[in-house]
Design a protein around this ligand. Structure first.
Ligand code: GLA
Length: 434
């Protein structure tokens, strides 16, 4: 296909994987550690550097049209999350990092098997893959951590205020192990998952593209506002505080104490923008221009109490999960499953990032033998991840298939992409011609 598109053959290939987040949802952008693993599914790009300053992109999937642009004038349209914009994010991130105003051009053919809009991070995999392609064309070197940080930042050109989980695991993943990803500074530590149980991904088949709606950024802003109100309540300088983790670190208290402080400082009733302004002593104009993102300017209410409660409790669950994996008591699988179930309940009730189909799917998964089941990724659709004892895997897959997919006539053509067991895959790679 590369040959028929560009009349030449590729010089090298790059792959970058998607991920499944095992636990730690919507807390990376609050500064807290998360626990994902890479999946085998990935983005794969075939590349030929060219002498002209033209970037030509094609996709093996006919749903994604060809795109071409001058490599010295990269424009990323925030209003439409078109596929090629994710490539441009990675490209621009590297270009800017090295302070280059123009780059040589390249012909790229993109292929991928991560189901899109399903919470498995196909978009970040494309950003990371494009970043590594660009680095390779330039003949430059960067560490995996630097690459992850650049790509996390440059993906925000698309308009979503994501944390760094997806890009970090795409670069730092290693086959056979999940990772605890910590931020500021970014680092990844192996987490040995229990033998005797398998992680199964099931797609709710409700598509969720987090760049196409404002759900995601609203949550980021609610956490930001909650952090500022909590900081102010405790007499901290709140002006520069952006993340809930900063409040905890500045106060030097435990996550449990942060939950109590949240209960004292915030009320469960939603906050209007006016109330937020009066708590902080700022004008509506200042709230909009100095704190909120462009697509959250007109949000009528902010649920600060619920969001902060989710974040601090979820951050604690991640640490407990890692500890149980390390200590590996006899009832490891059961304990991990309980944490995953609590995580789902908190995402559903406090963070409100689930949907009826995801709730139904986790119920079905638990009914047919999962010790724990939860939504994974941003939510509002996409996939669940379930922890299933290995000896129950075959019947689990058959039963869930029947109860969720056959009964509802869901997406059976993509059956393989919808319900599958997964194990920790490796990170991004460049394949050069021998
Ligand atoms: C998206 C973001 C991540 C993370 C998850 C939710 O995947 O890109 O940074 O916030 O949602 O945990």
């Amino acid at each position: 296909m590369f040959n028929s598109k560009f009349g030449s053959i590729p010089k090298f290939y790059v792959r970058a994987p998607g991920r499944v987040n095992i636990i730690g949802e919507h807390i990376d952008y609050c500064g807290y550690s998360v626990l994902p693993m890479a999946v085998e599914q990935d983005m794969l790009i075939a590349v030929e550097p060219v002498k002209t300053q033209t970037l030509q992109l094609a996709n093996t999937n006919p749903l994604y049209p060809d795109f071409s642009t001058s490599s010295n004038n990269i424009q990323i349209d925030k209003t439409k999350p078109l596929w090629h914009n994710y490539f441009l994010c990675g490209f621009k991130g590297i270009q800017e990092h090295f302070g280059l105003s123009n780059l040589t051009g390249m012909n790229c053919l993109v292929d991928g098997n991560i189901p899109p809009s399903s919470g498995l991070s196909s978009s970040s995999a494309l950003v990371c893959c494009a970043g590594l392609v660009t680095l390779t064309v330039l003949g430059m070197n960067l560490s995996k951590v630097e690459l992850a940080e650049i790509c996390a930042k440059s993906e925000r050109y698309i308009g979503t205020e994501g944390g760094g989980m997806d890009q970090s695991i795409s670069f730092l993943a290693e086959e056979g192990t999940a990772k605890l990803i910590e931020f500021s500074p970014l680092r990844a530590t192996d987490v040995k998952l229990p033998s005797g149980a398998v992680f199964v991904i099931a797609n709710s088949c409700v598509e969720m593209n987090k760049a196409a709606t404002s759900h995601f950024n609203i949550r980021v802003m609610e956490c930001r506002l909650a952090a500022k109100l909590l900081a102010k309540y405790r007499g901290l300088q709140w002006g520069k505080v952006l993340r809930l983790e900063e409040v905890q670190t500045k106060l030097g208290v435990s996550l449990e104490e942060m939950l109590w402080i949240t209960e004292d400082a915030l009320h469960p009733e939603p906050y209007s923008p006016e109330e937020v302004c009066s708590c902080l002593g700022i004008s509506l104009q200042e709230l909009r221009t100095q704190i909120l993102s462009p697509n959250t300017q007109d949000v009528p209410i902010f649920k600060l109490y619920q969001r902060a409660k989710h974040v601090y409790s979820e951050a604690a669950r991640v640490l407990q999960f890692k500890k149980i994996c390390e200590e590996a008591p006899d009832d490891t699988v059961q304990l991990l499953g309980e944490l995953m179930n609590q995580s789902h309940a908190s995402c559903r009730d406090m963070y409100e990032c689930s949907c009826p189909e995801l709730d139904q799917l986790v119920d079905i998964c638990r009914k047919f033998g999962a010790q724990g089941s939860r939504l994974t990724g941003a939510g509002w659709g996409g996939c669940t991840v379930s922890l299933v004892p290995a000896d129950k895997l075959t019947s689990f897959l058959a039963n869930v298939h029947q109860a969720y997919y056959e009964r509802n006539n869901r997406n059976l053509t993509f059956e393989k992409q919808s319900l599958f067991a997964t194990k920790p895959g490796g990170g991004a790679l460049v394949f050069l011609e021998a």
